[in-house]
Design a protein around this ligand. Structure first.
Ligand SMILES: NC(=O)c1ccc[n+]([C@@H]2O[C@H](COP(=O)([O-])OP(=O)(O)OC[C@H]3O[C@@H](n4cnc5c(N)ncnc54)[C@H](OP(=O)(O)O)[C@@H]3O)[C@@H](O)[C@H]2O)c1
Length: 274
């Protein structure tokens, strides 16, 4: 597995800023499960959302036994109409300090041959559900004066990729959306980070890659999610984990994107409504 240096993370500062409840959309396996495990170890309670109730309950019970946290299992298909609002509603009685938009992967497909049903499902999951859930939780964060949003995007969102037209395009939406919200709310106590995630050895990836594929190129998902949590607390707008062609230039791309955003935060103060 490819090594990734873990960033420092102050667990008690994290829990104080983003607790007591965290909602994870796509929590039963892969990076969603990694988030759940690290957050539970920090003492945060979890709303675990996905399609498989058994998997959510098994994870929640294990984390309750290991760390004494509370959990709620919410069965919701993120590709359905109304999914984002349903998630906000399912956590209406809880003091939520962090929403993690995690699920969002797709299989390789050629666009013209594949029709548009899958494309529309991806738009609903990665765009409509993200927009509705982050708007709903964001309103609550504004009322409580603090909160956080992690958007699991992908390096595929930094530019186009063959066989990933819809995936790449929705991930580009996620990155720009996250950066914009960071610039809009960074000075109002709400932190937002978009993660341009690399290839990670998640169950989804292992089910998808062809036989004989060299998985040693992939990162350990728990390293990537740890750094996303650390990056959120550190106030970073975007995290690009080096991967793929041109990866040696990606730290500079990340720095340039942040500098541009900071410039816009200052520039836009002349238009501020108050
Ligand atoms: N793995 C990689 O190499 C890679 C690379 C770059 C970026 N990413 C990004 O990282 C994130 C996580 O990726 P992943 O590899 O862990 O796979 P994923 O399929 O995006 O996420 C898996 C989790 O999401 C849930 N899920 C999937 N589809 C769902 C749906 N329609 N409704 C509700 N829940 C759903 C699954 O649980 P259920 O089966 O119980 O529903 C599972 O808990 C995604 O946003 C992906 O785009 C991954």
């Amino acid at each position: 597995m490819r090594a990734l240096a873990r960033l420092p993370l102050d667990a008690s500062a994290f829990a104080a800023k983003y607790g007591p409840w965290v909602v994870i959309a796509g929590a039963s396996e892969g990076t969603g499960e990694c988030y759940a495990r690290e957050l539970a170890a920090m003492g945060l309670n979890l709303v675990l959302v996905s399609r498989r109730k058994d998997a959510l309950v098994a994870l929640g019970e294990a984390l309750n036994a290991a760390h004494g946290i509370e959990y709620r299992a919410v069965v919701q298909d993120l590709t359905e109409d109304g999914a984002g609002l349903a998630i906000v509603q399912a956590a209406a009685d809880l003091d939520v300090g962090l929403y993690i938009s995690n699920a969002g992967a797709d299989n390789f497909a050629r666009f013209f041959e594949d029709g548009t049903a899958g494309a529309h499902r991806l738009v609903r999951m990665n765009i409509v559900t993200l927009v509705d859930a982050s708007n709903g939780f964001g309103q609550r964060f504004l009322e409580r004066g603090k909160g956080g949003l992690i958007i699991m995007a992908s390096g595929a969102g930094l530019g186009g990729q063959p066989n990933l037209a819809m995936y790449s395009a929705t991930k580009a939406f996620e990155i720009s959306f996250g950066e914009s919200l960071w610039a809009e709310y960074a000075e109002r106590g709400i932190d937002v980070i978009a993660v341009a995630a690399p290839m990670m050895a998640t169950p989804m990836l292992l089910r998808t890659v062809p036989e004989g594929f060299d998985i040693s190129f992939a990162y350990e998902p728990a390293d990537v999610t740890h750094n996303a949590l650390a990056g959120l607390l550190a106030g970073e707008p975007i995290q690009i984990v080096p991967d793929g062609p041109g990866q040696e230039k990606q730290p500079q791309v990340e720095a340039d994107r942040k500098a541009r955003l900071v410039g816009f935060v200052e520039f836009n103060k002349q238009f501020a409504k108050g």
